[in-house]
Every structure is written in structure tokens, then in C-alpha cells.
Design a protein around this ligand. Sequence first.
Ligand code: 4AD
Ligand code: MG
Length: 432
Amino acid sequence: MARTYIADLHQHVGKEVQLHGWLYNKRSSGKIRFLLLRDGTGVVQCVVVKANVPEQVFAVTDTLTQESAFSVRGTVRADSRAPGGFELDVTDIPKVYQVAAEYPITPKEHGVEFLADRRHLWLRSARQHAVLRVRHRIIKAIRDFFDGRGFTLVDSPILTPAACEGTSTLFETDYFDLGKAFLTQSGQLYAEAGAMAMGKVYCFGPTFRAEKSKTRRHLTEFWMVEPEVAFNDLNDDMELAEEFLEYIVQSVLKDCAGELSVLERNTALLQNVKKPLPRISYDEAVEILHRKGQPFEWGNDLGGTDETVISEQFDRPVMVHRYPAEVKAFYMKRDPQNPKVALAVDVLAPEGYGEIIGGSQREDDLDVLLARLKEHNLPQEAFEWYLDLRRFGSVPHSGFGLGVERTVGWICGLDHVRETIPFPRMIYRITP
Ligand code: 4AD
Ligand code: MG
């Protein structure tokens, strides 16, 4: 008999089907066994009535432990009280693949470290399914957005010869006879080469930061999507960012209502994520901080608490632009109106989720860029190829990077980014 998935049971009401999966939970009551079966697409209650099945089939139900794997045959019955709307009246259990050893994760509450140590098993729980599905939907929205707007995906390398986002967070490794290589912090510099070749491009992949930060927003390995567009200035960059965020959030709201409800996410604020998003300058952000009694000195970078205080003033993500150049990366163009500030933008998510997007217009003048490399103590030789982009047809261009995990955490309403990626990497965790 062909395999059916729980998510497709609505097509088979009144018919006999065969499901394959794992035992999520079990209840017994006299001559009836209620087996909760999960198969990755959903959970269904399978009802085994002693009088309706051969004796050995009924006996098998008593051997099944949590997470035992088996196949089950039965008739699909619509039942509005059942989670998912269907139950299975069992006629047979044709195969037990394995009776599972005592499963460490039970329906009772477990501590986060206990669960994190068993992440490979924790992924089987309903909440984690919901997060992974939202993550998948976000990634699809990211691709659809750029693919639908004429962008070309240009993959950037992971092993790189130089830093992109400062030298303090580099993971390094020996690279044969060529010296040191670094795990990429960002594909941006390569995306810039792509933009000069193809006009509108994006790169999308894992990025690495040896962050000493032990916060709920920091991973050492995270996924970032980075669009880069030739001839875009900072204003164009912000327009692209707000349209992009609206597209992602509205796609998830449309397609993941079930997942967001499993996560008990209040979606009222997410509904607001529509362009235009509010735009404030760094100077205005500092005024907000002072008005709210937050001690802050002009010239510093915004910290997590500062970002929260600022974002609390808005009912949707806010774009903060024109940061002091001193706290930003070497490649950012200074504002011709005020060279103290960079043509940078950070997008801060509401509800304390902090910076989800960082972007800028890039310095396109060769001599200025050479001076910046010196100021930042970066080795010019390693950047010669990048400098070529300013020697051969240099034009204004802009881009940004969106962190997938922070976006998933915000949209799902999670406390910590560790639940936004299947196997998180943090300063104190590299297993499983
Ligand atoms: O602001 P960042 O460092 O920007 C760049 O890397 C630029 N090169 C992007 C560009 O213009 N093409 O990082 C961008 C985003 C942040 O806003 C945040 O969402 C995420 O990447 N991010 C992290 N996410 C999780 N853990 C970390 N340690 C992160 N560091 C940055
Ligand atoms: Mg940033």
C-alpha cells in the first residue's frame, strides 16, 4: 500500500491508508490504545480497539515506547475535536522498525541546557518544527524576493584572505603554503564585484564571527543574505530594505499561521510591517535616548539596550541612518554633507529584537578607500582585487546584510537565537 503523509489525510477521508512515523505519545484505556503518531508533516491520533484488530497487533501497541518507529494502517475519520481534524481507526500495525530506548525528552519541562545538549532529538518537538518551518519560509521569501526583481545570485567564498567586518572577530585557519585564511564574516566585498559585473546581485550563505558576546542575539555561525546594487545610493538602499522586510513578514503571516499559533506569537505588530518604515538619523536616535533618560554619548555605537529603547518608540521596524563613521566599517562612504557620519543604515526590529539589517552606501573613490584601509590597519595587498573595482568603472553602489537567525527569532517571538537554527554555534557551544 502506498505511503500517505499526515498532512494529506484530508484527501483520504473514509479510505484506508498506511502511515509511517514515530510514537509521540500514548494513552491506554481498557481495551483501547490511543497512539499519537508523528511523521514530520503532522501528528495524528491512531485509535486501536482490541475487538477490531488481530490479537498480536493489539499486543504490539503495549511494546511501543516514545519515539518507537512503526507503520500503521487504518481508516481515516474526520473528527473536528482532533488536533489536525482527523483520526485513524487502526486495522493493522504492519511493521515496527524499532522499539526506541528510553527517550530523554519527555512531555515534562526540561532546562534549556539539557535540551540544547540533545538538540538532535529536540528538533522532533512541535515547537521546533514550527520554528524550522518559519525559517524555511523566510529563506524562500528571501530568494523569491530577489529572484523576482532581476537579481542574480552570486555566491561568495567562505575561505577568504582578508577581514570584511573588522579584525577582532576573525576565525583563522592555516591555508597550505599561502599563510592564513579566514572564515568569511560577510560576502559583501565579493557581492560588490558581482554588482559591478551584473548590476543587481545577492549572496546568501553562512558567515562567521568569533564574537566574544554571550547575548541572546549572537551566534558564531549565522546565515546572512546580502544584496548589492550598482548605482543605488543610501536612499535607494533603504527603499529596498523596507520593501524586502515587508515581503518577508507578509509571506510568513500568509503561509505560517499554524506555526505562529503553535509558537503563541502575537502577530499584531507583525501585521504593521509595511513600507514606508520610519527613518531617523543617528542624531535623532541619540535625542530619543536622552529624552528617555538613557545615558549615551554621541559617537558611540548603539548597544542592545539603546536599540530596544529606540525601537520601543515605533510600532514597526525603524531605520537608523548616518552613524558616526568611527564606529562603522572601512568600506562605508562618508556623508558629503557631514564627513563625521557614514552613509550607513541599521534596521532595528521592534520588541527588543535589535538590529536585523546593517547596510550602507560604499566608498567608491580609490584614494579615499586607500586612506581608509590605512586608518583601519588593513593590509592593502589583500584588498588589491577589491581596489580594482574602484579603478575600473567605479560607480556609486549600496547594499545591506540581513541576518536570518535574528529575523527568525523576531518573527517567531523567541527569547534567544539558539532556537532559530538547527544546530547553533555559540561561544560556549559547538555540539551536537
Ligand atoms: O551589520 P553587519 O555586521 O553587516 C555586514 O556584515 C555587512 N557586510 C552587510 C552588508 O552591507 N552587505 O551584519 C549584518 C546582519 C546584522 O544586522 C545581524 O542581523 C546579523 O547580520 N548578524 C548576526 N546575527 C547573529 N549573530 C551574530 N554574531 C551576528 N552578527 C551580525
Ligand atoms: Mg551591524
